[in-house]
Design a protein around this ligand. Sequence first.
Ligand code: SF4
Length: 377
Amino acid sequence: MKKEIKTDYYDTFTCIADKCSFTCCQEWKIAVDEDTYLKWNRLSAKQNNNNLDQYVKQKDGTHIIKLNEEKQCPFLNEQKLCKLVLNFGDKILSETCAVFPRQLHEFADRKEYSLVPCCPEVVDLMNQQDKICFTMNMFEMDGDILLQIRTMMITIMQNHHFSISKSVMMIFYILLDIHQKDSVLKKGIDGYKDEAVLKELSDTIDNLQFQSLDTFEENNELFLDMAENYRKQELYTSYLEPIAVIAENLSRDYDRRKMLAHLQKFEQQFSTFEQLFRNYLVAEIFSNSLLPESDLESMVVMIQWIAMEYTMMRHAIFLSWLLGEQEKLSYTVVRNYIIVISRMMGYDQEDIREYLENSFNSLIWEWGYLALLIGAS
Ligand code: SF4
């Protein structure tokens, strides 16, 4: 039997359905797998007035649910419950609906379970953890070199001696270093866990000059680019539109002195959510940096994407904070933008590669670009 690894809060998740503040039954591409589509067709043939397949359309080669004018799943009733489940039971659901927000990756020797942060209940669970632990001690597991690299990245992300930004920069530096080598042995990976090596890397980063306005401008441009399609499709409008308008205004002109003061003040507020974001990044590295078909290059690509998601969340929260006239940053705002950005950027690996190839000079960034994006905070 294969070993099973889960984030330790995995089994405590329960969907709160009608009590959910940010249901997953809206503003999404909800996939209908082939088996479910056939099942719905058969059921429609039996029950003439119940043409379930009329609620399905083809997009990018797959079947998805046709959302209604309010951009909601047509099966969601006024009490925010699923009419399909109420009428036919759980078994009628497509795999996406039955499994969300759970995620399973099956490797040759193990199964890994995690929860995606696109659901408010999952963000709440993350927020309640002092530190994310796993149901198996990965740090003592023998495994392939990619597993060792991921464990090393999680160790760095959980090391409170380094700020979140610095941890991400260190991880990326080490990954690029490994990527440039012809081959790496487990002993080589252990070398990167050495305290003296990490301290030297940390000191080197400390000696670099970071310009927070450059980071702000890059984040702003990337945010507008990322939001463009969703704005065109009028998805997440109430969350995206007000902050995208501010981002557009700022992309034209802003007062540099005032902006520096805002960024400093925001950093203090944002730091009160440090543990939540550390947990978020640990969970993302666990669930998305290493997939069953991964190689070293795809790990580098996924770390770039995870870093980008984090910076997009931080920037969206910053814009929302500016819009709210710099009130105290609330957990609800932070949670909402973790969900929105996770939903917007929850691409599969192929789409991530395509986005990065089309948007940057090269699929693999230089270390300096990631440092610019993430900044020194
Ligand atoms: S977002 Fe989470 S809690 Fe809300 S309805 Fe979906 S699975 Fe349930």
